[in-house]
Design a protein around this ligand. Structure first.
Ligand code: FAD
Ligand code: NAD
Length: 466
């Protein structure tokens, strides 16, 4: 029987990054994945394919709506070739997952394909083409998550679908009904909106992206309405019924009146659930909490001291980069180091266009904590760079401590916000004040100038270009 210092169950961004860091630290490492490709949700049916489709659909929209103004005339009709778009997405996925195979080989990590189940706290049975048993001094559970649904919805994967099916549709929906105005609903909703579908979003809460700062929800709502999204907030979905090629969704609006939506596809994007099916966690004595997550302490150690858990299967934001940080954290912990993760500094991004990005505390959180803060906000449309590319929507908002000027939160909507947020993370990691940022040179013309201007606004209402 093969014996390892560390066995990792699940090869998503949490698992494969943990494996690489363990190998770098000289630990004999194995990784177990039940699917035939490595990379987990993120690489196969999550981050990477969704961004590939967002990019393709963005090009199409630019060609149809903006090329003429830029002085680019294309003779004849511009058409979508959905089959090619989906094929290109798949080739991006294949190249990326293939890259993980390479990284595993390069780092001498043994890859086992099959379902990993605990036999006891140091033995794992892998059921693949044949059954194998391995021994591990330490195990990292990185089994991720799956789409969740509502009890009365039957996901048929044809017309009532999750994100996984929405990434490989064979036709552009005429009317896509999206249940849940969170990240998946809005990103994939925007893909099909750009390709010509009517998109109706039904959100239970009183705003879209409800966990982010309310200023971001308001701005994104405004922009999406301009793009002709139909957004229905404060709607409680009661039933989803398929009749032939039609899907009928019934919901109660804020006044309690029944509203009916009829479409040809319905995307259910109401969150994801931790995934532990087949893991046989109880055989090792690993405890789950009432949300089905694996319970961990501050060292990400489960109820069994040589078994750790990371990523979507434990508490916290379900984000690839959060899973990656935890993978490195656990590898270094096993190697005897004392790593640290500041969860307040894990950024969140929505890859709609304009993009939405944030790090740190929201205004709502600061109010609730009774922390006095000041706000510096700068509109994207005031930048020369924004006018040059016609990306005028959005703003950068900085929240800083009223007394010390330390930055407590960055919130932005705008072109390339997903990349701009890196400056915000660096600033907060080094505990910058708003004035620190306001005194740093930002190249002109860039979208990043909005960060400097927002910092100037927060410092002493000194923004220069408004
Ligand atoms: P996963 O990536 O879910 O990987 C878990 C792996 O474990 C899977 O491959 C699974 O097959 C395997 N597994 C499970 N049980 C077993 C077992 N018993 N034996 C063997 N193998 C097992 N996050 C971002 O940060 N940015 C984004 O842009 C983004 N976009 C997304 C878009 C979509 C459509 C979706 C669905 C998600 C997106 N996410 C994004 C979220 C991101 O994909 C997850 O947060 C991330 O994949 C979690 O990583 P993980 O390693 O914890 O688990
Ligand atoms: P989410 O939590 O982002 O959004 C779900 C939305 O559904 C919320 O707004 C919620 O209020 C709403 N909702 C819940 N129950 C409802 C109901 N009964 N009726 C109507 N609306 C309801 O979840 P998601 O969009 O499904 O994404 C799942 C996870 O994947 C998220 O945790 C997210 O972090 C991750 N993800 C991240 C990215 C990214 O980082 N860009 C992209 C996609 C997914």
């Amino acid at each position: 029987m093969n014996s390892y210092d560390v066995a990792i169950i699940g090869s998503g961004p949490g698992g494969y990054v943990a494996a690489i860091r363990c190998a770098q630290l000289g630990l004999k490492t194995a990784i177990i994945e039940k699917y035939s490709t490595l990379g987990g949700t993120c690489l196969n049916v999550g981050c990477i394919p969704s961004k590939a489709l967002l990019d393709s659909s963005h090009h199409y929209e630019d060609a149809v709506k903006h090329f003429e103004e830029h002085g680019i005339d294309i003779p004849g009709d511009i058409k979508v070739n959905l089959k090619q778009m989906i094929a290109r997405k798949q080739s991006v996925v294949d190249q990326t997952t293939g890259g993980i195979d390479f990284l595993m080989k390069k780092n001498n990590i043994d890859v086992f394909q099959g379902l990993g189940s605990f036999k006891d706290e140091t033995h794992i049975i892998i059921s693949g083409e044949k059954e194998t048993e391995i021994e591990a001094k330490n195990t990292i559970i990185a089994t991720g998550s799956k789409p969740s649904s509502l009890p009365f919805i039957s996901i048929d994967k044809e017309r009532v679908i999750t994100s996984t099916e929405a990434l490989k549709l064979k036709e552009i929906p005429k009317h896509l009904i999206v249940i849940g105005g969170g990240v998946i609903g809005l990103e994939l909703g925007q893909v099909y909106k750009r390709l010509g579908a009517e998109v109706s979003v039904i959100e239970y809460m009183d705003r879209i992206i409800p966990t982010m700062d309310s200023g971001l929800s308001k701005e994104l709502n405004k922009v999406l309405k301009k793009q002709k999204f139909k957004i229905n907030i404060s709607h409680k979905v009661k039933s989803v019924e398929r009749k032939g090629d039609e899907v009928i969704v019934k919901a109660d609006n804020k006044k309690g009146e029944e509203v009916e939506f009829k479409g040809d596809y319905c995307l259910v994007s109401v969150g994801r659930r931790p995934y532990t099916d087949g893991l046989n966690a109880e055989a090792a004595g690993v405890k789950l909490n009432d949300k089905g997550q694996i319970e961990v302490n501050e060292h990400l150690q489960t109820s069994v001291k040589n078994i750790y858990a990371i990523g979507d299967v434990i508490k916290g934001a379900m984000l690839a980069h959060k899973a990656e940080e935890e993978g490195v954290f656990v590898a270094e912990t096993i190697a005897g180091q004392k790593p640290h993760i500041d969860y307040n500094l894990i950024p969140g991004v929505v890859y709609t266009w304009p993009e939405v990005a944030a790090v740190g505390q929201t205004e709502e959180q600061l109010k609730e904590a009774g922390i006095e803060y000041k706000v510096g906000q700068f509109p994207m449309r005031a930048l020369g760079r924004s006018r040059a590319s016609m990306d005028l929507d959005g703003f950068v908002k900085i929240l800083a401590d009223k007394t010390t000027d330390e930055i407590l939160g960055f919130h932005m909507v705008g072109a390339r916000a997903a990349d701009l947020i890196a400056e915000a993370v660096v600033a907060m990691e080094y505990r910058a004040s708003a004035e620190d940022i306001s005194r740093m040179s930002h190249a002109h013309p860039t979208f990043a100038e909005a960060i400097k201007e927002a910092a100037l606004a927060a410092t002493d209402d000194r923004a220069l270009h408004v």
